[in-house]
Write a protein that binds this ligand. Structure first.
Ligand code: ADP
Length: 320
């Protein structure tokens, strides 16, 4: 019963938009619906029992007034939701912008020091500087991605569809993720078909972000010495199905539906990693949706999760 109540959109809306449940658009729509039915019935009753046109008009006017007031309230609340949502996006863009400048500055400092133009560096210093440079690069990439992807999530960025070798893309992501996985002694297994996979028409950079995010999450939410399996296969010759499985903390069953919403982090996420924005899956879903694909997860708490991405091999449009 509790689950059914939680799934009602008015409770979900109240939570997401920080409103009282009676202020949510779903609740107000419900009340407006009920008010319309009641008013129709009341008008019928009043007019069938009264001959006095003044009473009939007064009754109808009162009910119309109530419906109108509810309508005004609804419009106000929807405007407030839009303002909150825009403010969040602007905040995110602003933070990313602000972070980009100091990170770019740091990048050049590392480059100058590594080139030896300022002062010669010892091999030990060079190694440390290289590590610093790479960490800064990762952060810069992340911030850039975040910036462009939040814009993309709002529909600003055009998608560049082209033939893409998914096997290579998955291999690249695996290689990039290896240092992170090694630190936690996590094994990454590839489970690819013996026949080569067909090319997929997609925006390679963006699909790379999706796969990379899933593998990155699998590492983050899996205890040391766990296993991650990346698989891919074609479905009915029309789609490609990519999956990323892990033996990690899993996701509570009543939270699975919320995972792909903006800023959502499951209640058990902190047990594995306190670092996270709750944005990756939201952005991933946006990207997959714009490829006319599907992304979903099957998971059992404390056992592990499998994230699936299904993409059509051919896009209906080659650009958007
Ligand atoms: P975050 O930056 O928090 O990792 P994501 O949008 O990538 O944001 O993921 C949203 C939430 O989904 C995470 O906070 C976590 O609760 C859950 N999640 C994602 N991937 C996994 C996984 N492989 N195992 C368990 N939970 C996961």
């Amino acid at each position: 019963m509790k689950n059914i109540i939680q799934k009602l959109s008015m409770f979900e809306e109240a939570r997401v938009f920080h409103l009282k449940f009676w202020q949510t658009p779903s609740f107000l729509f419900l009340i407006m619906g009920i008010a319309t039915i009641v008013s129709t019935y009341a008008t019928y009753l009043i007019s069938s029992r009264n001959d006095d046109p003044e009473i009939i008009i007064l009754g109808i006017a009162t009910i119309a007034g109530i419906v109108f007031s509810l309508g005004v309230l609804l419009v106000k609340i929807i405007s407030r939701i839009i303002i909150i949502s825009n403010a969040r996006n602007e905040f995110l863009s602003l933070v990313s912008h602000q972070m980009r400048s100091p990170l770019t500055g740091t990048k050049y400092i590392f480059e100058i020091m590594l080139s030896g133009k300022s002062d010669p560096v010892t091999p030990a210093q060079e190694e440390l500087l290289t590590q610093g440079y790479q960490a800064n690069e990762r952060m810069l990439l992340l911030v850039n991605d975040l910036l462009s992807l939040t814009r993309m999530a709002e529909g600003d960025t055009p998608f560049d569809y082209a033939d893409c070798d998914i096997t290579k893309l998955i291999n690249d992501v695996k290689q990039e993720s290896r240092p992170n996985a090694d630190k936690k002694k996590i094994r990454i297994i590839m489970n690819m078909p013996t026949q080569p996979l067909p090319n997929v028409q997609c925006d390679e950079k963006k699909i790379r972000f999706v796969i990379s995010n899933l593998v990155h999450n699998a590492i983050k939410y899996t205890q040391p010495a766990g296993t991650i399996t990346i698989s891919a296969r074609t479905e009915e010759g029309k789609r490609i199905l990519i999956s990323v499985s892990d033996t990690g903390i899993g996701i509570p069953s009543d939270e699975i539906d919320k995972l792909f919403t903006k800023f959502y982090r499951a209640t058990n996420a902190d047990t594995a990693s306190k670092i996270g924005t709750g944005l990756g899956l939201y952005i991933a879903k946006n990207i997959v949706d714009r490829h006319y694909g599907r992304i979903w997860v099957e998971s059992e708490e404390r056992k592990g999760s499998t994230f699936f991405v299904s993409l059509p091999l051919k896009q209906r449009r080659m650009s958007s």
